[in-house]
Design a protein around this ligand. Structure first.
Ligand SMILES: [Zn+2]
Ligand SMILES: [Zn+2]
Ligand SMILES: [Zn+2]
Ligand SMILES: [Zn+2]
Ligand SMILES: [Zn+2]
Length: 282
C-alpha cells in the first residue's frame, strides 16, 4: 500500500507518526523540500583543534535522549542569532537545542558527579537529577582526538558558514534531518584542506569503494559530481520504506566516517611524533 511505501527519508518524523496521504505528501514536498535545499543546517561535534569528531545524522542521539530528526531541523528563515538553536519537538521535552553527547561503546558516559549523562536534565544547564553536588553535566571522557568531551562543542552552521571555513557541505539533498552528513568525497576534501600535515586521506579509497548502484539512495546521493545535481532527485517509493533501513544506512555511513576520521587522527599523531624524533636527532 501507499502508506508502507512512503519515502521516510524525505518526510522524517514530520508526519507525527500519522502517515501522510499521497496528497499530503505532495503538498509537504512542495512546501518543505525547497526550504530544505536552501536552508540546510549542518550539525557536528567539534574538537578545540577544529576537527569535526562526530557528524550528526538523523538517528544521532541528543543529550535529551531524542534523535536529531526529532528536533526542529527545517527553518523557513534561518535565525540571525548565533548559536542557531535546534529545539526538540518531542512534547514536554525541555531540550532547547540539539546537544551531542558521545557514548562509551554502547554505554552513556559519566559526569564528574559520577552519574550518567542520561541522569541529568535535558534543560539548559544540564543539572543532575540524582545528586545535589553537580553544577551541570561535565565529562572528562576522552574522544578519539585526545581531547576531553567537555572541550568539544556541538556546532550548528549554515552552508555559507561552512564554505567560508573550507569545510565540506556535500551535495544538496531533499532528505530530512541530514545534519552534518556530507559525502565521503567532500569529507576527504574537507579534511585534506584542514590537515596541514600533507599526509592526506589514507582510507578515502576504502571509504568510497563499497558504494554501488545497489546501495541505498541515501548513500548514492553522495557519490560525487558524476551524479549531477541531486537536489531534484526523487526517491522511488516502494523500495526503501523502513525506518530501520534508514538507521542501518546511517550507521554504515557513520562507521565509515568515524573510521576515516580515526585514520586521519592517527596519521596526524604519527607525523607529529616523527617530527619530534627528527628534531631530537638534529
Ligand atoms: Zn528531546
Ligand atoms: Zn535534544
Ligand atoms: Zn553531573
Ligand atoms: Zn550527579
Ligand atoms: Zn574529538
Amino acid at each position: 500500500s501507499w502508506q508502507l511505501t512512503q519515502p521516510l527519508i524525505i518526510v522524517g518524523d514530520d508526519d507525527g507518526g500519522k502517515l501522510f496521504t499521497p496528497e499530503e505528501y505532495e503538498e509537504y514536498k512542495r512546501k518543505v523540500v525547497p526550504i530544505r535545499l536552501r536552508n540546510r543546517l549542518y550539525v557536528s561535534w567539534r574538537s578545540p583543534t577544529g576537527m569535526d569528531c562526530k557528524l550528526v545524522g538523523p538517528e544521532t542521539l541528543c543529550f535529551c535522549t531524542h534523535r536529531y530528526k526529532q528536533h526542529k531541523t527545517d527553518y523557513e528563515v534561518i535565525p540571525k542569532d548565533r548559536p542557531i538553536c535546534v529545539p526538540c519537538r518531542v512534547s514536554r521535552c525541555p531540550c532547547q537545542s540539539y546537544h551531542y553527547v558521545p557514548l562509551n561503546g554502547t554505554q552513556p558516559i559519566r559526569c564528574r558527579c559520577k552519574h550518567f549523562a542520561d541522569q541529568h536534565s535535558a534543560a539548559p544547564g544540564h543539572s543532575c537529577n540524582s545528586c545535589s553536588k553537580c553544577s551541570g553535566f561535565h565529562s572528562c571522557f576522552t574522544c578519539a582526538c585526545g581531547q576531553p568531551t567537555y572541550a568539544h562543542e556541538t556546532v550548528v552552521e549554515t552552508k555559507e558558514e561552512r564554505l567560508a571555513q573550507g569545510r565540506p557541505v556535500g551535495q544538496d539533498v531533499p532528505y530530512a534531518a541530514m545534519g552534518g552528513l556530507t559525502g565521503f568525497s567532500s569529507l576527504a576534501e574537507g579534511y585534506m584542506r584542514l590537515d596541514d600535515s600533507g599526509i592526506g586521506a589514507p582510507s578515502a579509497e576504502l571509504l568510497e569503494s563499497p558504494v554501488t548502484s545497489t546501495d541505498h539512495p541515501f548513500l548514492r546521493a553522495f557519490q560525487g559530481p558524476s551524479s549531477g545535481s541531486s537536489g531534484t532527485r526523487q526517491v522511488s517509493p516502494g523500495k526503501y520504506s523502513e525506518q530501520d533501513d534508514m538507521a542501518y544506512f546511517e550507521k554504515r555511513y557513520q562507521e565509515r566516517a568515524s573510521y576515516y576520521i580515526y585514520c586521519l587522527i592517527q596519521a596526524c599523531l604519527h607525523k607529529r611524533i616523527s617530527k619530534k624524533k627528527d628534531q631530537c636527532m638534529i
